[in-house]
Every structure is written in C-alpha cells, then in structure tokens.
Design a protein around this ligand. Structure first.
Ligand SMILES: CC(C)(COP(=O)(O)OP(=O)(O)OC[C@H]1O[C@@H](n2cnc3c(N)ncnc32)[C@H](O)[C@@H]1OP(=O)(O)O)[C@@H](O)C(=O)NCCC(=O)NCCS
Length: 400
C-alpha cells in the first residue's frame, strides 16, 4: 500500500473532486450554473479522494443493478470520475484508489463493478475485464427507407428536454433488459441531463407508445458539421425498444426528420438488426466497434451463482484473484449453476479473464487460443463456450 491518505469525500468536497477529474481529462471546470446540475450526479458518500497532503486523485461510484445472463439482477457499482493530478501520476495513486474502492465494495456486498475506460491498458491489472462491446454506425438519411414489410403499430410522441428528463426514466425501467444492461439510478439520469444541457444544440426525445403503453424511446441532437455547417448529423445517444414494432417505429421516425443528412447511431448492440430493416442496407456504414463496459467481479461466488448456464458437460474452473483473494478457488460450472468444488480444475484463469467470459461477450475457446486461459482438459473450452454462451449479445447501452 501507499502512504497517501484515501478517504471518502464530504459533499462539500465534491466540486473540488469534479474540477480535478475534469482537468485530468482536459476539460475546463464546471461553471456555477453547470455545477448546480452536475453536482447532482455525485451519490452522497460515493466519491473518494487521495490526499498528499492536498487532493491529488479521485474516483467515484454510484449504486445500480446489473442484469446477468438469465435475467437476474445483481448489485453493481458504476465507477467513474477517475483521475490523478498530472504532476502526481505513476506513483501509485490510482492503485490506492482502486484498492480502497474494491475493499469498500466487497464489504458492502456489491457483486460487480463496471466502468468505461479512457485507455484499454489501465484497468485489467485491477481485475476489470472487457465484458461488453458496441458498434457505432451511420445511415444516409436522405436515401434510406425502411423495408415495406417492417413492423408497424404504435405512435411516436415528440418531447422537449424538460418533459424527457421527467418521463424517460420510467420508460427505461419498463423495457426488458438483455445481459449487460443496468438500472439507471437518479444520479445517472442527472449526469446525462447535465451533459446534455451543456451542449450548444437542444436534446430532443421521442417516446414510442405501443398497445400496452410506452415501449421505447430515443434521444437525439441535430448538429451541423464544423467544416460543412449545411451538412447536418442527427446523433442518437440513446435508443431502447421493447418490441420489434417500437424499434421499427423509432427508426421510421428518425429517418423522417427533415434537414438531416446522416443519422449517427452511437454505441449500439453488435447484434442490432438495423441492416435487415433497411430497404438498402448499403446506406449504412460502420464507424467503429468499441469497448463498452469493463466489469470487475467483486464477489465471484455470488456472481457465478447469479447467472444461468447453457447445456453442456460441467467444467471445473480455477480462478485467481490477487487483489481480493477470497474469490480465488475452483468453481464447478454446470447447467444447474455454479459452486465451489474440490475437484481438479479443467481450466485456469485470472479474475480479469473470468469477467470477459461472464456476460458472454468472449468465448472460452478464443481466450484459451490466445493464452489467457490455461487448458488442463482439452474438452473443457468447447464445453465452457456453451455453458457461458448467451442468446443475445451482451450490451449495456449506458455510458458514464
Ligand atoms: C489513468 C490514471 C488515473 C492513472 O493514475 P496513476 O496514479 O498514474 O496510476 P498508478 O501510478 O497507480 O499506476 C498503477 C499501474 O497502472 C499503470 N498505468 C497507469 N496509467 C496508465 C495508462 N494510462 N496506461 C497504461 N498503464 C497505466 C501504471 O504504470 C502502474 O502499472 P504497474 O501495475 O505495472 O505498477 C492517470 O494517469 C490519469 O488521471 N489519467 C488521465 C485521466 C484518465 O484517463 N482517467 C481514467 C478515466 S477511466
């Protein structure tokens, strides 16, 4: 451990933590008016600071729930606002902050912690594994149309920003969650609101009303490109639909918004069937496949017991976790569940790699193929592929 003092910040210290964090990501401090909103995104008791002797590093979390394969929801901490003052980096401040957070999460019964990483090389050493990915794509709006047989039904309602912030949390809660999705607590909605209100163009939102009430929504911004202000992009940060009709209805609406050249759908699930909905799928182009949530299994026995498994022969998996050694041990994974076992391990892996398997994004055989899983029984990777496999591709859809 280091000599830094790490402690929970008081509410009246949150703004200093915010200023410090924003400086580490090269963003100016919040103005008084902005802080009135963005301060609401700090969960009381959720921010910690490293003092040496003044504040030199910070991290924060909010409590939420993560949906795991099979539909169970487990207590999750959303980690964000991580930064170390530029003149104090590479002296172990982040390591001390991470250790303190994990200790606190474990003591409180948090099952997993999720974050979005600024750089891919940082968090693996603390047990965070890349557990969901996403895709950003563009659609040529002026030419794209839905296929004539695309699902229909339901009505679209356009909301202004004030009404949206009031209504969307309730609509989000009604939508079924795929593995990797999370509850959105009040502090997260306040973070989104603060971020949206800082933009120079207004946020707009639409809700899709199906036969049983609101069953989908999208938020969007229309902005001219700096170099070509007459070319307008419609960016979609959020789009959730509970039914095929809601998904098609939201896209039908977006494709019909006037004075827009391109729709940029940001950080979407990898298996979203958008190409299948368009009359000409070549009017869609992929921008990138990106990292989404990095997951840290804080309580491995509870996490493994919470999810469902596919139908395959049981596999004994040995997990090592130097930071939280209570997680280390061998677990028998079978279609009936997961429990500790004394039997010899067929696969050996660290807790970071287990997090990559956990939601179903990566296959055990692929991880074994690149040396991230040690194979003791050659039949085990194929069985683990089926056990950890999921019906839909895991995706969170919540950025923080
Ligand atoms: C990333 C950041 C928090 C690291 O803080 P730090 O106090 O320098 O980290 P530590 O000294 O505790 O380093 C711990 C380990 O991580 C490694 N590490 C830290 N930052 C790294 C980076 N950006 N890339 C690769 N490795 C990194 C260190 O080399 C060290 O490695 P070790 O385990 O082999 O000793 C800090 O550089 C920062 O604030 N960056 C800008 C803001 C940012 O990106 N925040 C993260 C938002 S998700």
């Amino acid at each position: 451990m280091s000599d830094f003092e790490i402690r929970t910040l008081r509410t009246d210290e949150h703004r200093a933590a915010s200023d410090l964090f924003r400086d580490t990501v090269h963003v100016r401090p919040a103005t008084d008016a902005e802080w009135e909103r963005s301060g609401l995104a700090y969960q009381p008791g959720g921010a910690i600071g490293a003092f040496d002797p003044e504040l030199v590093g910070t991290a924060r979390f909010f409590d939420a729930e993560l949906t795991v394969p099979g539909g169970a929801r487990v207590p999750m901490a959303g980690v964000t606002g991580v930064g170390v003052r530029a003149d104090r980096t590479r002296r172990g401040v982040l390591r001390a902050l991470m250790a303190a957070q994990l200790e606190e999460f474990a003591a409180r019964g948090v099952v997993c912690a999720n974050l979005l990483a600024s750089e891919a090389a940082i968090y693996g050493r603390f047990g965070y594994g890349l557990a969901t990915r996403n895709r950003t794509y563009r659609v040529d709006r002026s030419r794209a149309r839905l296929r004539a047989d695309a699902p229909v039904g339901g009505e679209i309602e356009l909301l202004d920003a004030d009404r949206a912030w009031e209504l969307l949390p309730g609509v989000y809660d009604r939508i079924g969650h795929r593995p990797g999705m999370m509850s959105r607590p009040e502090v997260l909605w306040r973070l989104y609101e603060a971020q949206c209100r800082r933009r120079s163009v207004p946020m707009k939102a639409v809700v899709h009303h199906g036969p049983d009430g609101p069953d989908g929504f999208a938020t969007y911004f229309v902005e001219g490109l700096e170099a070509h202000p007459w070319t307008k992009d419609l960016e979609v940060p959020d789009l959730f639909a509970a039914t095929p009709a809601a998904f098609a209805g939201l896209w039908r609406f977006l494709l019909g918004v006037d004075l827009v050249d391109r729709i940029v759908a940001e950080e979407r699930p990898l298996d979203e069937p958008i190409e299948l909905l368009l009359a000409d799928h070549r009017l869609l182009s992929d921008d990138r496949i990106g990292d989404e949530h990095w997951v840290r299994l804080v309580d491995v026995p509870k996490a493994l017991a919470a999810r469902e498994y596919g139908a395959a022969e049981p596999v004994a998996v040995e997990v090592t976790d130097p930071l939280l050694p209570a997680n280390s041990g061998t677990y028998r994974i079978s279609p009936d569940g997961a429990e500790r076992t004394g039997e010899p391990a067929a696969l050996r892996l660290d807790v970071t790699t287990l997090a990559m398997l956990y939601l179903g994004t990566w296959k055990a055989s692929a991880l074994a193929g690149v040396g991230r899983i040690e194979v003791r029984d050659p039949a085990a990777p194929a069985a683990a592929d089926v056990l950890f496999g999921t019906r839909s591709v895991p995706w969170s859809g919540s950025h923080f």
